[in-house]
Design a protein around this ligand. Structure first.
Ligand SMILES: O=C(O)[C@@H](O)C(=O)COP(=O)(O)O
Ligand SMILES: [Zn+2]
Length: 216
């Protein structure tokens, strides 16, 4: 199958960024999966692959309807990724990790399901936005796609209960940066648990949204 130079570049970028996430401990073993749109479909990490050691030529390719076209068998979370692309036309990439602190937050029984990552710093507002908690379903369950669709594309990122974060962005680099920012903020929130925390006010969040033209 002929591969465009744009697709070649996206494959190379996916391998590079996934390895960087792995090397810095944002993923371990074969946890996590990443996808990115190309002209005629979606590239997705193969199921059971390690983000640290991807082979660009073996990355799975799906058509826009989600049918497997080439490469290794795609991640079992294909429904999750597809639901982001369906509900957020501006999404060009989706990153799912089991990064430690965001996953720790996803296991807390007293988390606000509408606002799991409250606005404690401007950058998390700018990069990630509001992050709801989606109820637990088994990894790979098509119901995960329905849960994402039920949010109607309002959120660039979600936390999967007792599982981990999922972040979308206009391109791979933006989605990876947002996933990193979400994890770092989750770390701060875990560190700050039990302390009285000053959150940004609604006005401060609105000011960021206005100045940086944020959608969610
Ligand atoms: O937690 C899981 O099992 C998946 O969500 C995951 O992170 C890795 O699954 P594959 O992408 O199918 O390897
Ligand atoms: Zn997972």
């Amino acid at each position: 199958m002929a591969v465009s130079s744009h697709e070649d570049a996206v494959r190379a970028e996916l391998v590079r960024l996934a390895a960087s996430l792995f090397q810095r401990g944002y993923s371990v073993g074969s946890a996590g999966n990443i996808s990115a749109k190309v002209e005629d479909g979606i590239l997705m990490t193969p199921t059971n692959s390690c983000l640290g050691f991807l082979d660009a030529a073996r990355i799975a390719k799906l058509d826009p309807a989600g049918n497997h076209l080439s490469g290794d068998k795609p991640s079992k979370e294909v429904f999750l990724h597809q639901a982001f692309y369906e509900t957020r036309p501006e999404a060009g990439a989706v990153v799912h990790l089991h990064s430690t602190h965001a996953t720790a937050l996803s296991c807390l029984a007293d988390l606000d399901p509408e606002d799991t990552i409250p606005p404690i710093t401007p950058y998390v507002v700018m990069r990630v936005g509001r992050v709801p908690l989606l109820p637990y379903v088994r990894p790979g369950d098509p119901a995960m796609g329905d849960l994402v669709r039920a949010r109607g594309g309002r959120n660039a990122a979600v936390l999967l209960a007792n599982h981990g974060p999922v972040v979308s962005g206009p391109d791979l680099l933006s989605a990876v940066y947002a996933a990193e920012e979400l994890e770092e903020t989750a770390k701060l929130l875990v560190l700050l648990r039990g302390q009285t925390v000053r959150h940004l006010t609604g006005e401060q969040v609105a000011d960021l949204a206005r100045v940086f033209k944020l959608k969610s």
